[in-house]
Design a protein around this ligand. Structure first.
Ligand code: NAD
Length: 507
């Protein structure tokens, strides 16, 4: 069954028959024999476009184009004012074309259009404005403690970065990677997910229309094991920044090890959301729903392990499950949809497999736990809540990455902290309490890169973002991006003529 809204919407987009990458300002030429991949609409499974897969030769061309542009100095040595102008004009162009970008992202990632238009696309624009501001205030350092010398620290762009983006927020996350990379004068080759190539391609057009020299941002497309692997191994890459799964990160790290290329990884999570008996329960329920089912549950920062204290457990569970059952699941292009389909068929199967594991591990299904064929042939999964016996359940130890939450009941504070930290991940943590003491202990004890207290997801771009443990290496954020995408140079200059030890004066 097709999606009527889809047909009406894509008629306006004028998609080409074959979607290609973008190298040095031009579409990548098709190769013969060309390999093309179907791009499907997750809301119905229909094929909406074909994507040309780039091979190692095309990847090498993209890296060479990025290198040539870097070495030309046109962008790498441009003034701060010029880079700020391009970044700000890009931010503005993203806002102007927000609906078009949201539509392109929605039709391939299956994320609700309304969510994209309200949150992810504005975030993409903000990322460019933010880095424009940041490079305007970033200053070097001077050390003058050595009496006869002055040491000046300067930053220099590193060269060419390989950027890898996942499908679940491809444009928003690519925009962070691209903005933080090019703001410091670097060039890059971006490999978006093969499942969501459309909006990112449009972003590069907007960047170049805003005045970015061609070749600064290049795009290669294709499957991870083909195009992605070729990019990770390509000669001439100076940095690898990757957002995705831990297993893929391990492969990239092996490739990076060959050339000692620095890596920055933003990876998986299955984060705890702790609800204490003194919490404002209405707000805790609202927040738990947003953090578990936002982005259709396909979000690394999901508060997908709910821990609720005994005294309020029954009340909380009853109301949380009732609200879950009222979530509007449906066609992502329908503006009333709150939860869309899974991103692609294999991912839907990955989520459904957890339901079998749940049964075998004694988890108690409270609602959902099934596909939704009544919505047509899209990759839908019903919003699902399980009560689990303990944190050893695979539902708690693995990343599910779908509209699925587990609930565990705890007795006391120490138990809550212990369960929260009993995970190989450490991306984020949530806590709901009116107690100052508990809030402070939460901040001290929970092992995660970002903690949200009495609020669901909120992001301050000034703050570092990244994971403890297997949730990542490094941080997004202004200072961290500067450290990753620039090399620091210390220049030590003599003030006057300090004495130099004389050697080579032997007879
Ligand atoms: P993925 O690891 O499968 O793919 C990410 C990117 O890497 C894609 O472009 C893919 O084509 C490419 N890739 C895949 N295999 C590759 C290989 N062998 N060599 C080189 N490149 C390869 O991840 P995904 O399924 O697209 O994304 C979902 C994952 O991303 C989830 O685990 C989620 O938690 C994580 N994520 C993390 C954050 C964060 O900020 N921590 C944000 C969003 C998503």
């Amino acid at each position: 069954m097709g999606s009527p809204i889809l047909h009406e919407s894509i008629a306006n987009l004028e998609l080409p028959d074959l979607i290609t990458g973008h190298i040095a300002g031009l579409p990548v030429l098709p190769k013969t024999p060309a390999i093309s991949l179907p791009v499907r609409y997750p809301g119905s499974g229909e094929t909406i476009a074909s994507l040309q897969e780039d091979d190692a030769t095309q990847v090498a061309t993209a890296v060479a184009a990025a290198k040539a542009r870097f070495e030309s100095g046109e962008w790498s040595q441009s003034t701060i004012e010029e880079r700020q102008r391009v970044l700000r004009a890009t931010a503005q162009a993203i806002r102007t074309h927000a609906n078009d970008l949201a539509l392109r992202e929605s039709i391939c990632a299956g994320l609700p259009f309304a969510h994209l238009a309200a949150r992810q696309i504005p975030r993409a624009a903000d990322n460019f404005d933010f880095f424009a501001d940041y490079i305007g205030v970033l200053a070097g350092e001077t050390f003058d403690q050595l009496q006869e010398y002055r040491t000046v620290i300067t930053r220099h762009p590193v060269g060419v970065a390989a950027l890898f983006a996942p499908w679940n927020a491809c444009l928003a996350l690519s925009s962070m990677q691209v903005a933080s990379c090019i703001a410091f004068g670097n060039s890059c080759v971006l490999k978006p997910s093969e499942f969501s190539p459309l909006a990112v391609l449009q972003l590069v057009h907007l960047l170049e229309s805003a005045g970015l020299p061609s070749g600064v941002v290049n795009i290669v497309n294709g499957r991870g094991a083909v195009t992605g692997a070729a990019l990770a191994q390509a000669e001439g890459i100076d940095r690898i920044a990757f957002t995705g799964r831990g297993d893929t990160a391990r492969k990239l790290m092996r490739a990076a090890a060959e050339r000692l290329t620095p890596v920055h990884f933003e990876l998986e999570g299955n984060s705890a959301n702790i609800i204490f008996d003194d919490a404002d329960i209405d707000r805790a329920i609202d927040g738990a729903l947003v953090s578990a089912f936002g982005n259709s549950g396909q979000i690394c920062i999901a508060g997908s392990r709910i821990l609720v204290q005994t005294q309020i457990a029954e009340r909380f569970i009853e109301r949380f499950v009732a609200r879950t059952e009222t979530l509007r699941v449906g066609d992502p292009l329908d503006s009333t949809t709150e939860v869309g389909p899974m991103g692609f068929a294999e991912h839907q199967q990955h989520v459904l497999n957890f339901f079998t594991l749940a049964k075998n591990s004694g988890a108690n299904l409270l609602t959902g736990g099934r596909a939704m064929p009544e919505l047509g042939s899209g990759y839908f999964v019903a919003p699902t809540v399980f009560k689990v016996l303990d944190n050893h359940s695979p539902l708690c130890q693995e990343e599910i990455f779908g509209p699925v939450v587990t609930i565990q009941v705890f007795e006391d504070d120490e138990e809550a902290w212990a369960i929260a930290n009993d995970s190989r991940f450490g991306l984020v943590g949530y806590c709901w309490t009116e107690s100052l003491h508990r809030a402070q202990v939460f901040q001290q004890k929970v092992q995660a890169g970002t903690l949200w207290l009495n609020t669901p997801i909120a992001r301050d771009l000034r703050a570092p973002f990244g994971g403890f443990k297997a949730s990542g290496i490094g941080r997004d954020g202004p200072r961290h991006a500067a450290d990753f995408f620039t090399e620091e140079k210390a220049t030590i200059a003599a003030l006057g003529k300090p004495a130099i030890m004389k050697i080579g004066m032997g007879q």
